[in-house]
Design a protein around this ligand. Sequence first.
Ligand SMILES: NC(=O)c1ccc[n+]([C@@H]2O[C@H](COP(=O)([O-])OP(=O)(O)OC[C@H]3O[C@@H](n4cnc5c(N)ncnc54)[C@H](OP(=O)(O)O)[C@@H]3O)[C@@H](O)[C@H]2O)c1
Length: 264
Amino acid sequence: MPGGTYVITGGFGAIGLALARRIAEVPDTSIVLIGRNLPDGGGAPDGAAGAGRHRPAEELARLRASGAKVLAFACDVADRPLLAEVIGKARAETGRIDGVLHLAGVVDDTRLHLLAPEPAGRVLAPKTGGTLALDELCPDARFLVLFSSVQNLSGAYGHGAYIAANRFLDSYAAAADTAARQVVAINWTLWGEVFGMAAPPAETEAARGAVRGWLATAEGIAALERILVHRPGPQVAVCPDGYEAQLHRAGSRAAAARERAART
Ligand SMILES: NC(=O)c1ccc[n+]([C@@H]2O[C@H](COP(=O)([O-])OP(=O)(O)OC[C@H]3O[C@@H](n4cnc5c(N)ncnc54)[C@H](OP(=O)(O)O)[C@@H]3O)[C@@H](O)[C@H]2O)c1
């Protein structure tokens, strides 16, 4: 919507910046990007994420050069007092918050029986505490979109904490969605062009070889726009080749991971 203000948490991540580029095409919009670390000119803020391809500092500079109003904040979304301060500053600058896209998250590959509470907490906190804080701090937003994963539906070997965190998003959306305010959790399949947290480039290249198991960035953005316009419900899976193919892929990956684990 022209003139609107949109918050993107995980905003310096691979998908966050792709969404920001799209929003920047709408005249007079303001974009509020939130991540724990501001881009510093190097690679992705989170070491493993987007290695090699994702250049948040360059992308942020290009976004600003496009004329969009961009506010960038370093903030852990699970730190409610700090988030309140950040949202307050954004509101003071722009006068409004029209929508929130909640992407902040981390993944941990440790198998569940080896996972200690502290790293599990790091995976859970942005998606649980972050969601609660954002919903409370942005009551005027027309929508809150929670970035969840299709792995919730198929399972994923070694991603227990990540799936628990994303399942929270699915349940939260089901409980919080109202006619006045859209709250939706989207179970995304792999975004295959952005090299975000889902896979290092090599693995993404392999997934590209598979039959439509991944989403092109333009497809993901178009799906998001359709979901915001048509409001199909509080939980929507976006998986171009369907649920059975997703199940098949999850099964093959689990078998390969079990084999690797047995060898170590
Ligand atoms: N990529 C995919 O194919 C895919 C598929 C399904 C679902 N998703 C979901 O989509 C979202 C974005 O994925 P992505 O691939 O863009 O990941 P990404 O490139 O790793 O970006 C995630 C961003 O979240 C930030 N972040 C992590 N913890 C945070 C916290 N506590 N507070 C504030 N920011 C935090 C990270 O930056 P800092 O470390 O600097 O904070 C990072 O830039 C995730 O929630 C993911 O679960 C992605």
